[in-house]
Design a protein around this ligand. Structure first.
Ligand SMILES: [Zn+2]
Ligand SMILES: [Zn+2]
Ligand SMILES: [Zn+2]
Length: 268
């Protein structure tokens, strides 16, 4: 199981727009939230960030079996707008499709897995008529505290307290003994034992002075109790924390956590 961090940034990403502070000037680029999981039998992306096009091209991923979505917010789901055209039919791309060779890159099914509020946002904001009519968007409902088998993976979910009741869920993706957890935007994690004893635990990283999301002490305690092998922080922002990258990494390490650069990957 190969796991790649697609985006380690917060909702705005680094650098933030229209800012010339020293942190934005010097930081490496941090894209919006997501990970890629690849096994012999499946390619899965967790969260569809607005940076998804660049992220998939960077990793040379041209087929995704399923996109798992934590919640409907811009930085986690609105990259669906970047993917929509993949689902359009030839006729809907141009009026004279017979004159073009599309190389089969579109009229393809997009499989999305997520909860009801995400599906409602998809219906309401993200699918213009022709994408909907193509029938190529396959949304499968998976609520928190549910599980499903998907190709060679076992997927389970748990609730994340993100300040709005019932909107956000974390994912546990397992293949055999290997377990990855993805839990962005958490004030706290809702109680569950599915996220215990993970090999790799990606989690909300605003554990420093800038309190954008986390109830710091509670979340840190929950992470420790979950007993993961390695903890990698999400939602990192040098701009918000007013720290350069090295200092932010050191601060994380003091707590036993890691901050990775985007596109870092490991084999589990
Ligand atoms: Zn977010
Ligand atoms: Zn800045
Ligand atoms: Zn959010």
């Amino acid at each position: 199981m190969k796991v790649t961090l697609l985006g380690s940034g917060d909702a705005i990403g680094m650098p933030v727009p229209m800012c010339n502070c020293e942190y934005c000037q010097k930081s490496e680029k941090r894209r919006r939230s997501g990970i890629l999981i690849e096994t012999d039998g499946s390619t899965v992306v967790v969260d569809i960030s607005p940076d998804i096009k660049e992220q998939l091209h960077h990793e040379e991923v041209y087929d995704v079996d399923g996109f798992l979505v934590t919640h409907f917010h811009y930085d986690h789901f609105w990259g669906i707008q970047e993917l929509n055209h993949v689902a359009l039919t030839d006729e809907d791309h141009v009026f004279n499709p017979e004159d073009f060779d599309f190389n089969g890159w579109h009229d393809r099914e997009l499989k999305i897995i997520g909860n009801k509020t995400t599906e409602e946002h998809l219906e309401e904001y993200h699918l213009h008529g022709r994408v909907k009519e193509s029938g190529n968007i396959d949304f499968e409902l998976l609520e928190k505290n549910q599980e499903m088998s998907f190709h060679d993976l076992e997927i389970s979910t748990f609730g994340i307290d993100h300040g709005e009741e019932g909107t956000t869920q974390g994912y546990v993706v397992q293949k055999g003994e290997k377990k990855v957890v993805f839990a962005p935007d958490a004030w706290e994690l809702e109680e569950s034992n599915v996220y215990n004893d993970a090999d790799l635990f990606f989690v909300e990283g605003q554990l420093f002075d800038a309190e954008g999301h986390a109830n710091q002490e509670v979340l840190e305690e929950q992470i420790k109790e979950a007993n993961p092998q390695r903890v990698v922080l999400l939602s990192n922002s040098e701009h918000l924390n007013q720290m350069h990258t090295e200092k932010m990494k050191e601060a994380a390490e003091e707590k036993g956590f890691e901050i990775w650069s985007d596109y870092t990957s490991i084999e589990l």
